[in-house]
Design a protein around this ligand. Sequence first.
Ligand SMILES: Cc1cc2nc3c(=O)[nH]c(=O)nc-3n(C[C@H](O)[C@H](O)[C@H](O)COP(=O)(O)OP(=O)(O)OC[C@H]3O[C@@H](n4cnc5c(N)ncnc54)[C@H](O)[C@@H]3O)c2cc1C
Length: 435
Amino acid sequence: MDQKTSRVTIVGAGFGGLLAARTLSRYPVQITLVDRKNFHTFQPLLYQVATAGLSPGEIAAPVRWILRDRRNVEVLMSEVRDFDLSRRVVKLEDGEIAYDYLIVAAGASHAYFGHDEWEPFAPGLKTIEDALEIRRRVLLAFELAERQAASGKGQTQLNFVVVGGGPTGVELAGTLAEISRQVLANEFRTIDPKRTRIVLLEGGPCILPAYPEDLSRSAEEQLRHLGVEVQTSALVTRVAPGAVQIGETRLPAAVTLWAAGVAASPLGKKLGAPVDRAGRVLVNPDLSLPGHPEVFVVGDLAALKDESGKWLPGVAPVAMQEGKATAHNIGSELRGEPRKNFHYVNKGNLATIGRAAAVAEFGKIHISGFLAWLSWLFIHIFFLIGFRNRLIVLIQWAWSYLTYERGARLITGDTHLPGWNELRTEETQAHTAAD
Ligand SMILES: Cc1cc2nc3c(=O)[nH]c(=O)nc-3n(C[C@H](O)[C@H](O)[C@H](O)COP(=O)(O)OP(=O)(O)OC[C@H]3O[C@@H](n4cnc5c(N)ncnc54)[C@H](O)[C@@H]3O)c2cc1C
């Protein structure tokens, strides 16, 4: 293959695709990076947008801008629909792109365990749009409760229910507690935001199940300290407008958030290779597609075990290292050198819980609380794209830490809260029955 004319197409400008593009741009190849969005999202900070701490522009950056100095990288905004591996083309919504090498890094989304009908009443957090919708619902619930109480129609018990005790559920629940206990505490005249119940439901026996037991326990304690009710072994059997069902128990909910279950991008199945239950592609040890050495799958869409036989987790460092390793493998091959199998270097795991609350695992060292939170904060700000964003986020964080303010508390879009009418009707009926 002629080095100068090798075309590499990358699908997805997330952590995996972006690292692959940046690394490959140093090789004599022509790269096309396709994403349905014109921006890269820093997903670890999405919960801050969802809880009004940061604005979208502070955690996302245009892909074209990120790669502006890489002259051999072309950026296209388009939806990828399919592949024709025999013709070596990627099929877009309105055309095709040919490739010599293909890297698919289309990521994953949330899954509702076969109950997609729950989604309108329990949005998940994966994109900027999701974060803005969650922000809208949370802030709107307080406004509706205040308006109703102010007009003498009675107080509504505000319950915010977060389903799923993984890192996303934990950070959402912790920050919602902070909002209701601290941020909004003195701003309403009729309702008392401190009376808001924040309930975190986890189907398994403990929260943060991927973490060591002592950190999982510490996370639960830190959440309770922030004012979150943690219910473990609480399997959600139904999400309805204004309520969540856990076995026989019905829990009224003004806002329900979904942070459970992962489903890989549907593009995984279109590659024609075996996939696991979540739809992740079972790749070879060098991340290539079985039967197609010219096609690679990286990041959340790839399923690969480490040397000890454990599945690699769906986290940013795995996606970044896989993107980089794949780029180097393509570069090596073009020079006539052999490929290397992928080896993940785990530098540690961190989960944030809320203000000055987090857990961190660096090998045998386990830390909790303020120190873990500081490590989380600095590591995540370090990896944010763009110096300006890093600086702004750091200043915002310091400001809200000192003042408890959250500056992005805007309700945009429509003012209908799904499930609110049903919640109110149920409450009124309960009161009538009691009288
Ligand atoms: C709320 C949240 C919090 C997280 N917190 C952390 C954390 O604290 N630490 C950590 O390490 N990890 C965290 N993660 C996980 C981490 O973000 C992912 O592991 C990582 O983003 C995976 O990178 P990726 O490149 O595989 O996919 P992604 O980053 O998801 O990128 C996929 C890209 O593909 C594009 N795409 C998808 N389908 C198509 C299509 N058909 N056509 C065109 N483009 C397409 C998408 O627009 C997207 O840009 C978090 C994830 C979420 C959702």
